[in-house]
Design a protein around this ligand. Sequence first.
Ligand code: FAD
Length: 636
Amino acid sequence: MPPRHQPRRNTRHTNHSHANTDSNETPVDPNMVSAIHQAFEGLLPNFVAQTVEAVQNQNRTEGRGNTNRRIETNVNNTTEGIHSQHNHRNDLFSCFPATSSRLQRSFVALDIKLSPPLVISIVFRRIPAIRSIKDLQPTTDTISGSPILIQNESVTRVNNLKFIKPTTPRPSIIATPTDETQVQIILLCTKKLGYELRTRSGGHDFEGLSFSAVVPFVMLDLVNMRQIDVNVTSRTAWVQSGALLGELYYAISQKTNTLYFAAGMCPTVGIGGYLSGGGYGNLVRKYGLGADHALDIRFIDVNGNILDRKTMGEDLFWALRGGGGSSFGIILAWKVGLVPVPEIVTVFRKNVTLEQNGTDIFYKYQYVAPLMDHDLTMRVQIFSELIGNTTTKTIRMLFEGLYLGRTDTLLSLLDERFPELNITRVFCEEMTMVQSSLVLGSPEFTSSTPTTMLANRTGIGKPWNSKYKSDYVRTPIPKSGLRKIWKKVFENDMTEMIITYTFGGKMNEYSDTTIPYPHRAGVLYQMLKGVGFMNQTSDTTPVSLRRIEWLRSFDKLLETYVSKNPREAYLNYNDLDLGVGSDTYAEASVWGERYWKRANFLRLIQIKARVDPENFFRHPQSIPVFSINVCIGHDV
Ligand SMILES: Cc1cc2nc3c(=O)[nH]c(=O)nc-3n(C[C@H](O)[C@H](O)[C@H](O)COP(=O)(O)OP(=O)(O)OC[C@H]3O[C@@H](n4cnc5c(N)ncnc54)[C@H](O)[C@@H]3O)c2cc1C
């Protein structure tokens, strides 16, 4: 990983059209960079003041209809100003109180570009409200003649369409930094202005917590910080948080097809959120979670200090691997270990309906799949659908698996342990590991889809429109229970999604406290269930509300069959229905112990109290800050 202030050269995987290529080609003198940093730090308040003033003047002259404004200033013009401010560090940011009220009233995006030689430009533009799916379409909207630092992709990218409605709170400011120094500045400015901060990497948060808040907030979008450096010799990679899993997979595949990263199925999930919540995937039974392979982290704390594993200490390093980064600070980048995979793997897929003995087969799956060879991972997608042209419903189960080896070996393994599934060669396909990420990542892709698609942000991953909940199953559900489940599923209107993901294997070798993610030994499978709001204008129409009600009653039905005391839930499948109270431990434990269990939750609370005692990094389910007496006293 390059040292702190060194601008990064974008690789092919991190390339984006608006990047200022001049700045990327220029060799940088470290002293110059440091000077820029200092100058920029002192200069920003002036820029904000001047820019807001200029925007207002332009508005006055040209009328309010004009939405895009751009001001660019050369540092050389105001060098004196920088130095005088720099010499009086206490005056730093002194302009902000004057500008903050104006900023809060206007709906602007602030973007900062810092590039040698000493050119800073700040782009202000009003953010169009996102009211319909149409607003998601890329536009050719540009601000002429300037390096444009805000992409439409970034400003309007909302993956879960249920958040696209007029009532969804929008950020007052969207910042899309391109290097670590800018992140520091944005953090300090946000604090000074009295905004809350939301950090977004891939934007997949189930509750939209990375891009919405009920108070004025700055959205720090790491879309432009997605460099990936793969080192085959050391079997490691440095990945900036804004990179997506698919981009990492693709980057690895460009260097080797016998190493991989043990991460998730969906290629558009962001590294930042994924790893800070634990992160399971197709290699979970062989190698454990993604976060189990985190070796180092670059992190900005609440005071703007950049820390790594050594300087942050093992406690915080522990917390960031499953405790949720957004409670503690901003994770800039991860150093991860890569794991060996064979050159050829096998993917299989087979549908089984209730009429094809589905209940018995699923019943058996629960017993055998979690105990099978660690090289085999299996998931089951459960759908309700009509039988042929009739009005009678059935359940279809799609059994899908990845085997780290050839078809012949897989078939004999399945024949021996799970003959009821009756997998034959016709259901199997051999491919490379990176191809399997495409095939298992999206039903749209096959093994002949070019693997470049994994790194193609606009070509991969359609938006979704859903509400989800999670569970962990530790005891096989009896056949009578499965029948009750199918019956309940039939009550919904075929918009539900249920996926079981097999654990066991390597996951049994970790203690619940190795990292904050506690759903380890003894978990047979994780269950994700949700409802979609397809064909609905929002998640609040009567039909959508009926689906949500169904999901809650389904959740209630499952209570008997899933983990208990606590009933476990996955942080990365966050669900505000679990509760948001955090004034006392008793309140917070209602949801906190479900994500982390008691021992880990208590440790996370202690770490949070130390690293962010003022609770700047907060959202409805962030690790709470309260007095230690409340935490370890009678309240627990
Ligand atoms: C379609 C889909 C498929 C999924 N598949 C899997 C899977 O296979 N395996 C799995 O484990 N999970 C999976 N998930 C869940 C996924 O891991 C979480 O939603 C994860 O939080 C997404 O990370 P993100 O960066 O994309 O999201 P974001 O919305 O950007 O962030 C999620 C949370 O992390 C915080 N955060 C993000 N970046 C940073 C940062 N740099 N520093 C500090 N905090 C940060 C955000 O503030 C927010 O609280 C899936 C989710 C979806 C929607």
